[in-house]
Design a protein around this ligand. Structure first.
Ligand code: MN
Length: 706
């Protein structure tokens, strides 16, 4: 176990300005917090944060990252709180610790591999600061190194699986080859012990029984290149057991020689030397066709740069050679972490991290590591959010999505029957915008149906189209009822016998497959009663058309009212915003194609615009209408601008048993305010009593119904 003073020494070696006092305080805090806790290995728990810190010192990360590593498990595993950490170590460290804690809480709750990609994105999206991710990766690496101490095989497997699915690809993605290789091989040994064993024993056998050609190959390569006057460093590295295994599986090959599983590296000072070395190797040895790759001119997405080639090299061994600069090598091993090692003022090429959206510009503009750190907010997947179902499945949604979008993403039936939602265990409004990592529990009921108001806040196409479909179906119901009333009335008034048979005939003539379709079409205003009558009784033509509209209008307006059951609850019925009709008002409906019925007061000016009489229908409120619903009436109120005015108004309205639905300030002067207030009342009488009691207030200048 590394000692605290060593940690400080090593950090000071590359960062002389590191805050030693801060490190020591973090050390003491963490040691106290973890107290007598022990690891599965029997070591004191505290050895773990210390080792994680040491891993990050190896990456030359900044002092705050090291402090975060020391504290990273205190909030999750001890009595320490984030508030304490903020008070003792400041807001930045508290934020970093909080980030790591949050990532630790996101255990992959299901083993479904198709979740892995979403989960990786979630981890990235939640790592708002790249240091959070680096601490998390170091944490995972140390846990994997000590995984064999965990007694439960299931737990070991689960952690290894998670490492393979999540943390290995993440390390690769941010270019940290050394972390990636080690995590991968530790996970491999756990997940496929037989395969791992067989590769390792084969390697052992080759090491023991065959002459090792590696040394000779290195020496020959070195000779050839040095003679040409290039300062090179040549090394040979055995491929990892896991990569050998993958190669054996995918290429159906075995390995006979150690050179088969070696990667030889030539490191030089400059890019031009890379190509120079390549040319010399190609002219000296036979090139294996199809194996040359130039990752310098076209780097890998994670920023990896190198030239790869395979030749029949020294001793007639077929070998793969990677040629790169020292700098490329460092970045290949350390990835994003390598950028902390840049000294102030040194130029660096941020192009290799193009995948870190937004980060690119920052890296090119940042003048040094300090500024770079301040701006490394991972702006990845900012257009997506990832939320859990109660069972732990991850649902990916566009940013801004609400629980209704979530419900429809889970299943259409869940969406259709959504009643309410619990987010992270708390009851929340359905319009709440979901956040990364939210656990979303949709409460459903078989009797619940989509509400058209949902359409105002859903953002996914699936949710929107389901809601619209449902609303259309509901509208059809309304149109159907309306059409039936219109036709029955029209025929009755004429008086012409009406029968199912006649209507079927009419429907057929007009191209509808059922009488219901005909009703719906008439209800929607696509056909007039006159048209229908004309079709079934052509001989009536003269007497009913074109006068029908006039007749119908006259009759309807002379007191006949179509009473539609469920009118006020219906989707296809709207109350006009111009006149705010209330029960008790005389009302008139306008049938608009595709929109349903809009209800106006009988004397609303807007009605004069509609000339087609068939589209105007007289309506009446049902007797029990007031019992079921409340309606919004709009008042324009002018009152004295003095303290307490609004309060006494709202008290008065409440005393009358009415509710304020909306207030809009129309005009405001030193002396008076003009406001528009929508209040919910039972009917006109109710509204009148509210108006009267408002007028009784001394502060009121005028009250009018709009
Ligand atoms: Mn940990």
């Amino acid at each position: 176990m590394i000692r605290q003073f060593e940690l400080v020494e090593r950090l000071k070696a590359y960062d002389p300005n590191a805050d030693e006092d801060l490190l020591n305080r973090a050390y003491v805090f963490s040691m106290k917090a973890h107290g007598s806790q022990v690891r599965a290995s029997g070591d004191p728990y505290f050895s773990h944060p210390l080792e994680v810190a040491a891993l990050l010192v190896d990456l030359h990360l900044d002092c705050y990252s090291i402090v975060t590593a020391l504290l990273h498990d205190t909030v999750e595993d001890t009595l320490a709180t984030l508030e304490e950490i903020e008070a003792l170590f400041g807001p930045e460290i508290a934020k970093l610790v909080n980030g790591v804690t949050k990532l630790s809480l996101l255990e992959l709750q299901s083993e479904k591999t198709q979740q892995a990609e979403n989960f990786r994105k979630l981890v990235l999206a939640m790592s708002t600061d790249i240091r959070v991710l680096l601490v998390k990766l170091a944490d995972r690496l140390h846990n994997m190194r000590t995984l064999h101490f965990i007694p439960s095989p299931e737990k070991r497997r689960r952690i290894a699986r998670e490492t393979m699915d999540i943390y290995v690809p993440l390390s690769e993605r941010i270019g940290m080859q050394s972390f990636k290789d080690e995590l991968e091989n530790l996970a491999f040994a756990q997940l496929n012990p037989e395969a791992s064993e067989s590769v390792l024993s084969r390697l052992k056998f080759l090491h023991e029984t065959t002459e090792n050609p590696v040394e000779q190959i290195i020496n020959e390569l070195k000779d050839v290149l040095t003679k040409a006057g290039i300062a090179v460093q040549v090394s040979g590295r055995e491929k990892t057991p896991y990569s050998i295994w993958v190669k054996m599986q995918s290429k159906n090959i075995t390995f006979e020689q150690l050179s088969d599983i070696m990667a030889f590296r030539v490191a030089v000072d400059s890019v031009s030397q890379c190509y120079q070395v390549l040319g010399m190797i190609h002219s000296k040895y036979s090139v294996v066709p199809g194996r040359f790759k130039d990752f310098i001119s076209t780097p890998k997405p994670n920023g990896y740069k190198s030239l790869h080639t395979t030749v029949i090299g020294p001793l007639n061994h077929r070998i793969e050679i990677q040629i790169r600069t020292h700098e490329m090598h460092r970045i290949a091993e350390l990835g994003v972490a390598a950028h902390w090692q840049y000294k102030q003022g040194e130029s660096h090429d941020g192009r290799q991290y193009a995948w870190l959206r937004g980060l690119l510009e920052i890296m090119e503009q940042a003048s040094g590591p300090k500024e770079f750190l301040e701006h490394t907010k991972l702006e990845m997947f900012q257009d997506e959010v990832f939320c859990f179902t109660p069972k732990g499945d991850l649902i990916s949604l566009p940013r801004g999505a609400t629980p209704i979008d979530f419900a429809y993403a889970v299943h259409s039936a869940v969406g259709d029957h959504t009643v309410s939602v619990k987010i992270n265990g708390r009851q929340m409004p359905l319009r709440t915008v979901l956040q990364n990592g939210d656990q979303v529990e949709i409460i459903t009921s078989k009797t619940q149906a989509p509400s058209p108001t949902w359409e105002w806040f859903v953002i996914t196409g699936k949710a929107r189209s389901r809601i619209r479909r449902f609303v259309r179906l509901q509208q059809r119901e309304k149109f159907l009822e309306l059409g039936r009333s219109i036709l029955q009335k029209g025929f009755h008034n004429d008086p012409i016998p009406i029968s199912e048979k006649i209507l079927q005939q009419a429907a057929k003539c007009l191209g509808y497959s059922s009488v219901d379709d005909l009703y719906a079409a008439v209800g929607e205003g696509l056909h007039t009663v006159g048209e229908v009558i004309e079709i079934v009784y052509p001989e009536q033509k003269r007497s009913v058309s074109p006068q029908v509209p006039e007749q119908v209008k006259e009759k309807l307006s002379s007191g006949t009212a179509i009473s539609i059951k469920g009118l006020i609850e219906g989707m296809a019925v709207h109350y006009a915003g111009c006149c705010h009709p209330l029960p008790g008002d005389k009302i008139t409906g306008i049938v608009t194609t595709g929109k349903g019925v809009t209800i106006h007061t009988h004397d609303c000016e807007v009605l004069s615009i509609f000339s087609d009489s068939e589209r105007i229908i007289e309506l009446a409120w049902e007797d029990d209408v007031t019992l079921q619903n409340r309606h919004a009436g709009r008042l324009k109120i002018t009152f004295l601008n003095k303290p307490g005015s609004l309060a006494s108004m709202s008290t008065t309205i409440a005393k009358q048993g009415a509710d304020i639905a909306n207030i809009k300030v129309a005009n405001r002067t030193v002396d008076f305010w003009d406001v528009l207030i929508d209040i919910e009342v039972k009917d006109v009488e109710h509204l009148k009593s509210v108006i009267a009691s408002l007028r009784a207030l001394s502060i009121i200048n005028s009250v009018e119904r709009v």
